[in-house]
Design a protein around this ligand. Structure first.
Ligand SMILES: [Zn+2]
Length: 216
């Protein structure tokens, strides 16, 4: 039998609210919105890994479910923080926003950090105004776990033992066996640089044909 917790006494403080000078005040206190009183998701144990985020009710495809929040830090800071944590259990809370900023959801993060990777995602991540949002790409039924493809960045020179920590056990038929991006970062950079050189060469060639140097 479940124990019923003792009822909390009505929280009516007998103390008057202390007066503090120089504090900003809001104009009014809003009632909880529909979303707050009827949440889209709950965090509970996952079949994939640790804790996971599950639909609390039906979520339609295209719904913006939650923002990925946390401390916004530079890539250098992110490297410094997690370089030393090689014996990590494969849980990473870092999200790359762009070439300058990462979000470390290990600090000031919300439920979004518990959304697991899956190779058969029902969600995707969208960057808008340098913020990260998680949106449904399919209709998700109540109780189903939310997941998206982490596409974790890696280099071909990384220690294979370390990369093995990011093995995927999502159980999807098309599971690729890893949470890592299909292409290492260094190779992707080389490929992009080569493509850029090629485009530049083509432009030069075209400019040559049309008579060369552009006049100022
Ligand atoms: Zn998988």
């Amino acid at each position: 039998m479940k124990k019923t917790p003792p009822r909390k006494p009505a929280s009516r403080s007998s103390k008057p609210v202390a007066h503090h000078a120089h504090m900003r005040h809001a104009d009014k206190v809003a009632r909880p919105t529909a979303v707050e009183s009827d949440p889209l998701y709950i965090v509970r144990r996952s079949r994939i890994h640790g804790r996971g985020v599950h639909a609390a009710r039906r979520i339609r495809s295209g719904t913006r479910i939650v923002e990925y929040v946390g401390q916004r830090i530079s890539h250098a800071e992110a490297d410094a923080r997690y370089e030393a944590k090689l014996k990590d259990d494969g849980h990473t809370f870092l999200f790359v926003v762009d070439d300058e900023i990462c979000i470390d959801a290990g600090i000031d993060g919300n439920a979004a950090r518990y959304i697991n990777h899956t190779c058969d995602p029902n969600c995707e991540t969208v960057i808008q105004g340098r913020r990260v949002f998680i949106e449904a790409i399919r209709t998700i039924q109540p109780g189903q776990e939310l997941g998206y493809d982490y596409q974790l960045t890696w280099d071909s020179t990384d220690d294979p033992a370390e990369l093995a920590l990011y093995a995927c056990r999502c159980g999807a038929a098309q599971c690729r066996g890893t949470m890592l991006d299909s292409e290492p970062l260094d190779k992707a950079r080389k490929r992009k640089a080569a493509a850029k050189r090629k485009r530049a060469a083509t432009r030069l060639k075209a400019a040559g044909k049309s008579g060369g140097v552009r006049k100022a």
